[in-house]
Design a binder for this molecule. Structure first.
Ligand code: ATP
Ligand code: TPS
Ligand code: MG
Length: 355
């Protein structure tokens, strides 16, 4: 989008939107009208209902421009929304991106601007999951902060994802039953471990412009195929994605379902990057990262004890890590059996804004 501009001239709003429009599919099966009018027009399949989720990606909160490659910030922005759709078992219909950027980030440097690269990250993931960018809003973010001798501003992005799901079939947080088995996909704690490594040496990550499974923080993979399969095969009784950390998101599932849980710590799949951080003496406990580290974007789901749950779903490993219980007065909402066999209360210790 920068090819027609002279090097240090910021693109205007209209040019930016036109460039985004050129890079997105016009019509698809679910988008009757995309970028260009006052609203987009979506067409859900007959017999389906529409699900909607919205997530901020804020500079200094969800990413840092001096740590995250712009492509990763874009990928993560869309992945946050897609992961919520995955947790409901939904199919993506369209994405909407509202973004405020300081003018300097629209100026090309060596061929592309920060905003171009952010969009590259979004659109690469969008094309893999066949989700069209059907609209949004673009604004200039004011300059207010001194970085060295320069004034700069902050990037704020909000992604809205619209999806569809067969009527009455969406996977909810609120429908787990006492006696159900608790499962998790993939491995946990990797995103927090990679964030730690990123903060210690951002330069080592600065060239990572493409999605790769060995980068759980920079390029998390939303588990859409797993969610779809859990719904289609009626495997799950309830589901949630892990954005704030296993302990915090499991507490949401328990609270919304009105039940308790017992987690088997020894069964939790701990990501190799968290194990390495512990081995290298960076952190005291890899299990702590797996329990409370945020942004793994894995799925946590429950299934009846009579349901046979395969060891892999859509190519992703699935592990049983506990059992749902009836709530009892005076008993904690969440209990954990430590690897040494001792039962202890498990507190929600994941990410909390204003925390
Ligand atoms: N400002 C708000 N106004 C209205 N509803 C909100 C607001 N913030 C959150 N919610 C609603 O509260 C519920 C929980 O939101 P939350 O953001 O914690 O979702 P989540 O999926 O647990 O986390 P994540 O944001 O990481 O996806 C959702 O139904 C969400 O729509
Ligand atoms: C620069 C930087 N510092 C810290 C973090 C960690 N972090 C930020 S938000 C969040 C939870 C999910 O967000 P939300 O609750 O808004 O969905 C986590 C684990 C990061 N990604 N980048
Ligand atoms: Mg969620």
């Amino acid at each position: 989008m920068s090819a027609r501009r002279t090097p240090r001239e910021p693109a205007g709003e209209k040019a930016l939107i036109a460039a985004i429009r050129r890079r997105t599919a016009g019509r698809t099966r679910s988008v009757r009208l995309g970028i260009g009018d006052d609203c987009a027009i979506l067409r859900p399949a007959p017999g389906s209902e529409v699900v909607v989720t919205t997530d901020f990606s804020l500079e200094q909160v969800h990413f840092r421009r001096d740590w995250h490659p712009a492509e990763s910030a874009g990928h993560r922005c869309l992945a946050r929304g897609l992961s919520d759709l995955a947790a409901m078992g939904a199919d993506p219909m369209a994405a909407f991106l509202s973004i405020a950027v300081p003018a300097e980030l629209t100026v090309a440097e060596r061929g592309s601007s920060w905003l171009d690269r952010f969009l590259n990250g979004i659109l690469a993931l969008a094309s893999r999951h066949k989700v069209p960018l059907a609209g949004g809003d673009t604004a200039q973010s004011p300059l207010f902060d001194e970085v060295g001798s320069r004034q700069t501003g902050m990037v704020s992005a909000d992604i809205v994802l619209v999806g569809s799901v067969a009527q009455g079939r969406a996977l909810l947080r609120s429908s787990a039953k006492a006696g159900d088995i608790l499962y998790v996909t993939g491995a946990l704690g990797g995103a927090e471990a990679e964030l730690l490594a990123l903060g210690r040496n951002p330069e080592a990550f600065s060239k990572l412009k493409k999605s790769a499974p060995e980068h759980p923080h920079l390029y998390p993979e939303p588990r859409l195929a797993v969610g779809r399969r859990l719904l289609a095969q009626r495997t799950a009784t309830a589901a949630i994605d892990i954005s704030d950390g296993l302990s915090t998101d499991l507490a949401h599932l328990c609270e919304e379902s009105g039940i308790a849980v017992q987690v088997d710590a020894a069964a939790i799949p701990v990501h190799p990057l968290a194990q390495k951080a512990e081995k290298d003496g960076w952190i005291p406990s890899a299990l702590h990262f797996a329990l409370h580290g945020g942004e793994d974007y894995e799925l946590l789901f429950t299934a009846s004890s009579r349901t046979k749950v395969p060891a892999r779903i859509a190519g992703v490993p699935v592990r049983s890590i506990g059992r749902m219980k009836a709530r009892r007065k005076g008993k904690p909402l969440m209990e954990m059996i430590r690897p040494n066999g001792k039962a202890v209360p498990l507190h929600a210790g994941g990410w909390e804004h204003f925390g």
